[in-house]
Write a protein that binds this ligand. Structure first.
Ligand code: NIG
Ligand code: FE
Length: 406
């Protein structure tokens, strides 16, 4: 007998996301899973559970609903204060995102509001966002800093992430994004020096990843190479905002440095896509940001041809995508870009987990994986993006515990 402290039973379709012949989603009909100390210890057909598992703990009856691994969001900027709803309204009426990045507007405005917020306020704002991730079925997020942009305020942002991880069952993978932009009223060379010499070494212990934005309003190719090269030497794993707003060398740099992910990629060329695939990098696509900045469609066909894994992320941030919903990002990826519902599902689970170095543990359900899952009122997992803008999540389970909001 296998000992367990949690069981989920009667999943109409239990999508393990472990492909078998015949089904890339590795579905089990009338499935069940059992967990101990937050990890899956058994998974199979419900009728076999009682013979094989000795349960001492809670049981959740999915009552025929679909069950998937908890969704994995590989690109989020959740630590910020203030609103930019007015900039959104201007863009709807034709203003360009880049044109909003001058003076004390755009990202600079969020940096100011984030610096002004005290730690308790910033924690409360971020905690509300973390709860919304869980409400929408996400159990793991990559979370970037990047609205503090000095030692004190980046440290405050990391502190918020640390406290959140202790308070909520959401898994948080922290990323240092000191290379988001050069902050307003700051000398460029002095900022780059502070980033390389002070901030990168200071935050190594708190972050798994280092990210940099290589695009016109942010950092040049040579600056990005220097920043991420130094980060790599210090032991960070790398991710990158690349070719989001214009063509550029970003994707090549991500491939060259062996980044775990290259994100956005609207302007990536077919050759860059091939280089990323050869490097084992994951493309993290951000349909929410693409949609509200009226960007072009990323080179999806080239990615399919090159077998470059495509993750789908919410890119939660105050400027281009103020949404914690991965199901909504999946709908956008399907409707606006022509991803298939299966591609979108793989993108919000398996590929996202791989981009975080969590393959086999998150974004799939098998013995040893995190006991994170989401119960959905949908007829099949592929129907999730069909419910555009509607939250069909019934329950979120994180670490073998049924999560109850607030
Ligand atoms: O992912 N590209 C850079 N960062 C964000 C936007 C940040 C902002 O506008 O506040 C993005 O789209
Ligand atoms: Fe981003």
């Amino acid at each position: 007998m296998i000992h367990a402290d949690f069981a989920l039973r009667h999943a109409g379709q239990l999508a393990t996301m472990m492909p078998n012949e015949g089904d890339p989603l590795g579905r089990i009909s009338d499935g069940a899973l059992a967990a101990r100390e937050g990890r899956v210890v058994w998974i199979g057909e419900d009728r076999q559970l009682e013979d094989q598992v000795d349960l001492d703990g809670d049981q959740l009856d999915a009552a025929g609903a679909c069950v998937l691994p908890g969704l994995v969001d590989a690109h989020t900027h959740p630590v910020f204060a203030g609103s930019r709803a007015d900039e959104f309204a201007e863009r709807v009426s034709g203003a360009e995102y880049q044109a909003q990045q001058s003076g004390d507007r755009g990202i600079a405005r969020t940096v100011r509001a984030t610096r002004e917020a005290d730690a308790a306020t910033l924690l409360a704002l971020t905690e509300a966002r973390a709860n919304r991730f869980l409400v929408n079925g996400t159990t793991t997020i990559e979370a970037k800093t990047g609205y503090g942009l000095d030692l004190l305020n980046e440290a405050k942002s990391f502190d918020v992430l640390r406290q959140l991880a202790a308070r909520l069952p959401l898994r948080i993978v922290p990323t240092f994004l000191g290379a988001h932009v050069v902050p307003a009223n700051t000398d460029r060379a002095a900022y780059l020096r502070a980033l390389m010499e002070e901030m990168l070494p200071a935050f190594k212990a708190q972050a798994v990843f280092c990210d940099a934005w290589c695009d016109e309003p942010a950092f040049t190719s040579s600056e990005t190479r220097a920043i991420l090269g130094r980060a790599k030497a210090l032991g960070y794993q790398l991710r990158m905002h690349a070719a989001q707003l214009a063509p550029g060398e970003g994707p090549e740099i991500a491939a060259e440095l062996g980044a775990r992910s290259a994100d956005h990629l609207e302007f990536a060329t077919p050759a860059q896509v091939k280089a990323l695939a050869a490097a084992g990098t994951v493309a993290v696509l951000c349909p929410g940001a693409n949609f509200t900045t009226h960007g072009p469609r990323p080179p999806i066909e080239a990615m399919r041809d090159a077998k470059l894994p495509m993750a789908i992320a919410s890119d939660l941030n105050p400027g281009t995508s103020n949404s914690e919903s991965l199901p909504h990002a999946m709908s956008l990826a399907c409707v606006a870009w022509g991803l298939t519902p299966r591609e979108a599902l793989l993108g919000a689970t398996v590929h996202a987990a791989r981009s975080l170095g969590l393959e086999g543990r998150a974004g799939c359900l098998q013995p040893g994986s995190f006991a994170d899952c989401v119960v959905l009122d949908v007829e099949t997992p592929e129907a999730i993006p069909y419910y555009v803008g509607v939250n069909r999540v019934l329950q979120t389970v994180a670490g073998g515990v049924v999560w109850r909001p607030w």
